[in-house]
Design a protein around this ligand. Structure first.
Ligand code: BES
Ligand code: MN
Ligand code: ZN
Length: 503
């Protein structure tokens, strides 16, 4: 799928384009672009008639498909197909409306099996050209993604392979091209994250995560990798992490990717930590059967790290970044850890295991202790950590918690910029009391009340040395049911945060 920006003079005609389909913006207030008037003239006024009669609607997101309008002929003298897209009132265009319009457009192009299209949407309001171009790339990425490699009969191939964005305002070319570049990189990163996250646990174990990390460094020379298997984790004293993986036949492996983009090679890095439970059965505190298949997605935090590292390498951001995929599998077994066990974490803090299904925080707490060695600027962890987060924020918002208000604000700003929603939850001392244990320093699970927050409180006991934020992506990282699959969230949020930090 190729996306390009092309400048055309306001007075030139869309009729000279090579594409099989012309996508034309129409508004409700009859202030149509020169392209529309032009096509109208060519067709002897049929377009204005159709607008007048209401058959072509300028209403937001409405699409009208026309085939063979009289005299409107493409370069190859084949007749064009025309897709009119309603953009609402001209002066009231903005990025969220743009999203609706682009979604409607791309869905229609796919449904009608169009191969090439030229789009006149940037002329409605050139001031949002960065956003519109970026959204085009992200939305086509989203709508053309397939995970069908395990199907004997693959889904129908998507015909769409080229979209040209027509722009008339010379001043906006730079923004549009930049938007397109960012959008394409983010879309590729999201697809990479989805591919990794959708991979089933019989293939995607911690070693598979490590292999994927290694192969990323082969593609991008700016990335380096090091892997820590069970022997190394034991030497480091990461006993909580190891306890979780003890019931599994698959080795626990922590994969660390590093990227040096800052002029100062020793500049403090942004550290990303992803929960990488390649399968979470619950362990001895086993989960109910219904929906357990979805626990292959319990490594979506790690998959996010993978996608973000790829995006950063492609964007060549001038900062240093460390990305950790904390790979592990939680299984019941004779050797598995049990409720009641007391674990001594890498930091020395002891943990009473109340529930072996609260395993994510055990893997993360040692990883969060480990990353202090990088002298981080900030540490952000991503984890499908609590079912309670779905109760609190549904499937729309990622939960944000942490020990630094500025960092939390920056993440929420980035989430708005990138349209990858996130919302903050409080983690004050009132909640901290809930995780105190009678026989160890803390316990790993404590009742249902405020479950997302008490999980973050647990992590906060291991992050006091640096600025830290935690993203609970339990509700946002994948979809269930008929459209089951990874969403690639919060890749866009994090790439946006790092872009914002780099300028
Ligand atoms: N990976 C799960 C959280 C989860 C559950 C995410 C369902 C998305 C959908 C996590 O390891 C877990 O099992 N958490 C427990 C914690 C509890 C035992 C304190 C939970 O949320 O029930
Ligand atoms: Mn669990
Ligand atoms: Zn889990």
């Amino acid at each position: 799928m190729k996306l390009t920006v092309k400048t055309l003079d306001k007075n030139s005609s869309l009729d000279r384009e090579n594409s099989a389909c012309l996508v034309v913006a129409v508004t409700t207030d009859n202030r149509q672009s020169n392209f529309v008037s032009d096509l109208d003239q060519l067709s002897g006024g049929s377009i204005s008639e159709l607008i007048e009669s209401g058959d072509i609607s300028g209403e937001l997101g409405k699409t009208t498909f026309l085939y063979q309008l009289p005299n409107v002929v493409g370069n190859s003298s084949k007749k064009y197909r025309l897709l009119f897209v309603g953009c609402g009132k001209k002066g009231e265009f903005n990025s969220s409306k743009a999203k609706q319009i682009i979604q409607a457009t791309v869905k229609e192009l796919i449904a009608k099996k169009i191969q090439t299209a030229s789009c006149d949407l940037l002329t409605v309001d050139p001031t949002v050209s960065y956003t519109v171009a970026r959204q085009f790339a992200e939305i086509t990425g989203e709508l053309t993604y397939r995970f069908d490699q395990f199907k004997s009969k693959r889904d129908d191939a998507i015909a769409l392979d080229e979209i040209t964005l027509i722009i008339t305002d010379q001043d906006c070319v730079k923004e549009a091209s930049e938007g397109l570049k960012h959008g394409e990189i983010i879309a590729r990163a999201i697809s990479a994250t989805k591919d990794l996250a959708n991979m089933p646990a019989n293939i995607c174990n911690a070693n598979y995560l490590a292999e994927q990390g290694r192969s990323l460094t082969k593609t991008y020379s700016s990335l380096n990798v090091s892997c820590f298997g069970e022997d190394e984790l034991a030497k480091l004293g990461m006993n909580a992490y190891l306890a979780v993986g003890r019931g599994s036949q698959n080795e626990s492996i922590m994969t660390v990717l590093t990227y040096h983009g800052a002029a100062d090679k020793n500049a403090k890095p942004y550290v990303l930590v992803g929960k990488g439970l390649t399968f979470d059965s619950g362990g001895i505190s086993i989960k109910p059967a219904a929906g357990m298949d979805e626990m292959k997605y319990d490594m979506c935090g790690a998959a996010t790290v993978y996608g973000v590292m790829q995006a950063i390498a492609e964007l060549k951001l001038p900062i240093n970044i460390v990305g950790v995929m904390a790979g592990c599998e939680n299984m019941p077994d004779g050797n598995a850890y049990r409720p009641g066990d007391i674990l001594t974490t890498m930091s020395g803090t002891t943990v009473e295991v109340m529930n072996t299904d609260a395993e994510g925080r055990l893997v993360l707490c040692d990883t969060l202790t480990f990353v202090d060695r990088y002298n981080p600027e900030v540490v952000i962890d991503m984890a499908t950590l609590t079912g309670a987060c779905i109760i609190a924020l549904g499937h729309h918002y990622t939960g944000v918690m942490g020990n630094d208000d500025n960092l939390i604000t920056d993440l929420i700003t980035a989430s708005k910029d990138a349209d990858d929603k996130a919302w903050s939850l409080p983690i004050d001392d009132d909640f901290q009391k809930q995780i105190e244990s009678t026989c160890a320093d803390i316990m790993n699970a404590s009742g249902r009340d405020g479950g997302t927050i008490t999980a973050a409180c647990f992590l906060s006991r291991f992050t006091s040395k640096y600025r830290w934020a935690h993203l609970d992506i339990a509700g946002t990282a994948w979809r269930s049911g008929a459209s089951k699959g990874a969403t690639g969230r919060p890749v866009a949020l994090l790439v946006q945060y790092l872009l914002n930090q780099s300028t």
